[in-house]
Design a protein around this ligand. Structure first.
Ligand SMILES: NC(=O)c1ccc[n+]([C@@H]2O[C@H](COP(=O)([O-])OP(=O)(O)OC[C@H]3O[C@@H](n4cnc5c(N)ncnc54)[C@H](O)[C@@H]3O)[C@@H](O)[C@H]2O)c1
Length: 404
């Protein structure tokens, strides 16, 4: 791709524009909000200035790259553009308007991609005359750094456009995966259990915020715990994704948003960006913002045995029953969701594993992890957990229910 357009110069649009310009593309960066457009370009300039300071970029390269970025305030004539990537607010009506404008402003063979996190690509394509041009290209934040790009085919997307987007993402140094147009695609679906099961454990008083984070890091090998990660992403952003996936998945209990998170968002405690979320950032070392109201829990012998086997086979060595309960519940949720996504043909097993490692830094792909643990052990843990809850959320995926 020699010439592209990026619509929206906010968090994602500015990052995608920076990446594409760095890879040699002329980028028309479009935002209706002049202040955002200005600060989007200034952010790119600052990041390049740091690269020059650190000797990772020459001054000549910086100047040439910045010259390729053309900031404009409206979608005008984009006659030379081969690919337009839309990164405006997550609102279907606004996206429809933008795609209609893009269809008219770009050549008929230009690809029209949306960076949507949670809307259906097929639905977004409804506003254009030729939906074969519309695909999903889902980058992760920060776009210049995070390697994953989910390439999403809507019902009418032309396979040649999917292939071209895949090649483009690869040529920009990214790791693309292919995903079906289903709620949350791969990452935002499979990752839900990491957050929601942690919230349920907290709500039930099984363990505290920093305790759950520590267990997932020490015994699960995760780089960040679920509460640390929600604070980093923003509780509001994370809740919006959970709510959207829950609504699109028929309000299944696996995805029910948790009231602890809803209450924090309503109170304006959104995580690092407001100085307080699950942790308080007033001190150098963040502290849990509120204590757990600890409740005792009962593991019957069958559940305890099943979770011990599951944990031992997962490579973790949690000794106490709290540690086992926390690790097994969160890991079972993630692995089962990966199995359900595979059963629903959302993506290949390799792509599901790559997506979770490259999009969220998981220590292992959940399906490769499942192979290590063994289908029967996963089924055993899921069945016992499902018997212990009343909402069916641990019902084993067919992949595990039918395992030998
Ligand atoms: N923030 C994330 O972590 C993240 C990650 C992956 C995907 N996404 C998705 O990327 C998209 C953008 O998210 P963001 O976080 O960058 O949002 P943002 O609010 O930071 O930026 C959106 C920008 O779009 C602009 N805009 C609105 N209407 C426009 C129009 N008609 N023409 C041109 N510009 C217009 C706004 O002025 C705003 O600056 C959303 O679909 C979101 O779901 C976000």
């Amino acid at each position: 791709m020699k010439e592209i357009a990026v619509i929206g110069a906010g968090t994602m649009g500015a990052g995608i524009a920076q990446l594409a310009a760095k890879c040699g593309c002329v980028v028309h960066l479009i935002d209706v909000n002049g202040d955002v457009l200005k600060s989007g370009v200034e952010g790119i300039e600052e990041r390049f200035a740091r690269s020059v300071e650190k000797g990772r970029m020459s001054e000549a390269d910086r100047d040439a790259t910045l010259n390729r970025i053309r900031p404009v305030s409206e979608i005008g004539n984009l006659g030379g553009v081969e690919l337009a990537i839309e990164a405006v607010v997550e609102n279907i009506d606004i996206k429809h308007k933008v795609f209609k404008q893009l269809e008219e402003a770009t050549p008929v063979n230009a690809i029209l991609a949306s960076n949507t996190s949670s809307l259906s690509v097929t639905k977004i394509a409804e506003s254009v005359a030729d939906p074969s041009r519309v695909i999903g290209m889902h980058f992760f934040n920060p776009a210049p750094v995070m390697p994953l790009v989910e390439i999403i085919a809507g019902e009418e997307s032309a396979p040649t456009n999917i292939d071209a987007a895949y090649q483009t993402a690869s040529s920009w140094g990214k790791v693309p995966v292919r995903a079906k147009d289903t709620p949350g695609f791969i990452v935002n679906r499979v990752a839900r259990g990491f957050y929601l099961e942690a919230l349920r454990l907290l709500g039930e008083g099984v363990a505290g915020i920093d305790e759950i984070d520590q267990i997932m890091k020490t015994h699960g090998g995760f780089r960040m715990g679920p509460f640390e990660l929600m604070d980093l992403v923003g509780l509001d952003v994370n809740l919006a994704v959970s709510t959207s996936v829950w609504e699109q998945m028929g309000k299944h209990a696996r995805f029910t948003p948790h009231e602890i998170q809803q209450n924090l968002v309503a109170a304006g405690h959104l995580g690092r960006k407001t100085g307080r979320g699950f942790y308080s950032y007033a001190t150098e070392h963040p502290l849990s913002a509120f204590p757990v109201s600890r409740q005792s829990f009962d593991l019957n012998p069958k559940l305890s045995d099943a979770l011990s086997t599951f944990c031992a086979k997962s490579g973790a060595t949690p000794t106490g029953s709290t540690e086992q309960f926390v690790l097994a519940r969160i890991l079972c949720s993630i692995i089962n969701e990966a199995g359900l996504a595979w059963d629903a043909k959302v993506a290949s097993s390799d792509d599901i594993d790559i997506a979770m490692q490259k999009g969220t830094n998981y220590p292992k792909g959940p399906l490769a992890w499942a192979d290590e643990i063994g289908g029967r052990n996963i089924r055993g843990a899921l069945r016992e957990l499902n018997n212990a809850v009343n909402d069916g959320r641990f019902q084993p995926a067919p992949l595990f229910a039918n395992a030998d």
